[in-house]
Design a protein around this ligand. Structure first.
Ligand SMILES: Cc1cc2nc3c(=O)[nH]c(=O)nc-3n(C[C@H](O)[C@H](O)[C@H](O)COP(=O)(O)OP(=O)(O)OC[C@H]3O[C@@H](n4cnc5c(N)ncnc54)[C@H](O)[C@@H]3O)c2cc1C
Length: 382
C-alpha cells in the first residue's frame, strides 16, 4: 500500500486529499494503458482524462477565470505517474502546452482551453531548437511582421506531442532587441500551411516527439500571445508554474519504485529468510524513503508557495525539480538493484521506471541549469 501520510501535511487542503483518493481509484480502474502505439495511446489518454474531468485543472476555465492550482497539478501528476508514465505525460502536456494561453492569452485565444480541458484538442509547447535548448535566448526561428500577419520560419525540436497536437504555442524571434528581449509567443493551429513534421524522434521511454519545420507559416497578428518581445518572459512564467510539477511526476515514479521494492523485499526469500531481514536491504529502503519524503516536502512547499500568491517561485521550483528528479533516479536505481535480474527485464515495471525517469533531468531546464538558477537566487539575483 503506497504511503499516504503526506496527504495530511499542512501544505494541502481537504479538496486535494479528496482529489488524490478519487484519482487513485480512477487510476486503478483505467491504467496502465497499452503503450504499443504511443500516438494512439496518448490520444486515448487525453480523451479519457478529458471525458472524466481530470484535465480541467490544466488550464484556466474561461467561464470562471482564476489562477492554476499548482498543488492540484502536482498531486495529479504524482498519482498518474505512479500508475502510468504516459498518462502523466498526456496530462502534463495539456497544461504546459496551453500555459501561455492561460496566463497571457486573449479571450479569443482562450477559447482553445475549452477544448484542451475537455480532452478534445491536444496541445504542445514549442520552445527548443536544434541549436538552442538550454540556451533559449539564442533561438533562431523568426517571426516577421507582414501587414496584419506574421511569417514564421525555422525549426523546433524535441517537441512533445509533435505530430499529434492540434495546437502549438510557438516561440520565435521578432527582433525588438537582441537575445531574450526579442522573442514573442504565438498560437499556431497544427493544420496551418507550411507547418510540418520534419522528423519523429524516438527516445528510451517512448512519447510522441518531433522536430517541426516552419516554412513561411502565415498566422494573423491576433495569434500573438502577450506583447511583441514578451516571449521569453511568457515562457519563463509558464515554466515557473509547471517546473515543480515535473518534480511531482518524478516523485510518482520514485514512490512506485519504493512500493515495488518493499513488496519485493517482503515477498522474496534469500538465504532462507525474507530479503527484508537483510540490513543492507533495509538501508536501501531507508535511503529511498528518505529521498521520497524530502522530495515531496520540496515539491509541495513550492506548489503551496505559488498557490498562496507568490508572483514567482523560481528558487523553490528549481529546488523541487532538481532534487526530486535527481533523487528519483537514485531511488529507481536502487529499486533495480533490489529486483536483481527482474529489474532490467524488458516489460518489468522497474525497467520502465528506469527509462521513464531519465529525461526529466534534462527537459524544462536540465539539473545543471537548476543549480545555476538556485545559486543565482541564493546570491541575491546576482
Ligand atoms: C523527452 C523530451 C521531451 C521534451 N519536450 C520538449 C517540449 O515539449 N518542448 C520544448 O520546447 N522542448 C522540449 N524538450 C527539449 C528540452 O527542453 C531540451 O532538451 C533541454 O532544454 C536541453 O537542451 P538541449 O537538448 O539542446 O541540450 P543542451 O542545451 O545542449 O545542454 C546539454 C547539457 O549541457 C549542460 N548545461 C546546459 N546549460 C548549462 C549551464 N548553464 N551550466 C551548466 N551546464 C549546462 C546540461 O547538462 C545539459 O543537459 C524535450 C526534451 C526531451 C529529452
Amino acid at each position: 500500500m503506497p504511503d499516504r501520510t503526506f496527504l495530511s501535511w499542512p501544505f494541502l487542503e481537504d479538496r486535494h486529499r479528496q482529489l488524490a483518493e478519487r484519482l487513485e481509484a480512477w487510476c486503478q480502474q483505467n491504467l496502465p494503458v497499452d503503450h504499443h502505439d504511443v500516438d494512439a495511446a496518448c490520444r486515448d489518454l487525453v480523451a479519457m482524462l478529458g471525458r472524466d474531468g481530470w484535465l480541467k485543472p490544466t488550464a484556466l476555465d474561461p467561464a470562471k477565470p482564476g489562477p492554476l492550482d499548482v498543488r492540484t497539478l502536482c498531486i495529479t501528476r504524482e498519482t498518474l505517474a505512479r500508475h502510468d508514465g504516459l498518462a502523466d505525460f498526456a496530462f502534463a502536456m495539456q497544461g504546459l502546452g496551453t500555459g501561455a494561453i492561460t496566463l497571457f492569452g486573449t479571450p479569443d485565444q482562450q477559447r482553445w482551453l475549452e477544448k484542451t480541458r475537455a480532452g478534445q484538442a491536444i496541445s504542445a509547447f514549442a520552445l527548443s531548437e536544434p541549436r538552442s535548448g538550454s540556451d533559449v535566448a539564442n533561438m533562431e526561428m523568426t517571426a516577421v511582421r507582414e501587414g496584419g500577419d506574421y511569417l514564421l520560419s525555422g525549426e523546433k525540436t524535441w517537441i512533445s506531442n509533435g505530430g499529434i497536437a492540434d495546437l502549438y504555442v510557438v516561440f520565435a524571434r521578432t527582433g525588438e532587441a537582441p537575445g531574450a528581449k526579442g522573442i514573442s509567443a504565438f498560437v499556431v493551429p497544427a493544420e496551418t500551411k507550411g507547418l510540418s513534421v520534419a522528423e519523429r524522434l524516438e527516445v528510451i521511454a517512448p512519447h510522441p516527439l518531433a522536430r517541426l519545420s516552419f516554412d513561411n507559416v502565415r498566422i494573423p497578428a491576433s495569434a500573438l500571445i502577450g506583447k511583441p518581445g514578451d516571449g521569453f518572459r511568457v515562457a519563463m512564467s509558464v515554466l515557473d508554474v509547471f517546473r515543480s510539477t515535473v518534480g511531482a511526476a518524478a516523485l510518482g515514479f520514485a514512490r512506485r519504485a519504493l512500493d515495488e521494492s518493499i513488496k519485493r523485499a517482503t515477498e522474496r526469500k534469500l538465504f532462507g529468510a525474507p530479503m527484508a531481514e537483510l540490513q543492507m536491504v533495509q538501508g536501501h529502503l531507508a535511503d529511498m524513503a528518505l529521498d521520497v519524503d524530502a522530495a515531496a516536502l520540496l515539491i509541495y512547499r513550492a506548489a503551496w508557495t505559488k498557490d498562496m500568491g507568490a508572483a514567482r517561485v523560481t528558487r523553490e521550483a528549481a529546488m523541487a525539480k532538481l532534487f526530486a528528479t535527481d533523487k528519483a533516479q537514485d531511488v529507481i536505481d536502487k529499486a533495480v538493484q533490489l529486483h536483481g535480474g527482474d529489474g532490467v527485464r524488458k516489460g518489468h515495471i522497474i525497467e520502465s521506471l528506469y527509462r521513464e525517469i531519465r529525461a526529466l533531468r534534462i527537459y524544462e531546464g536540465a539539473s545543471d541549469v537548476q543549480k545555476v538558477v538556485i545559486a543565482r537566487q541564493v546570491m541575491g539575483g546576482a
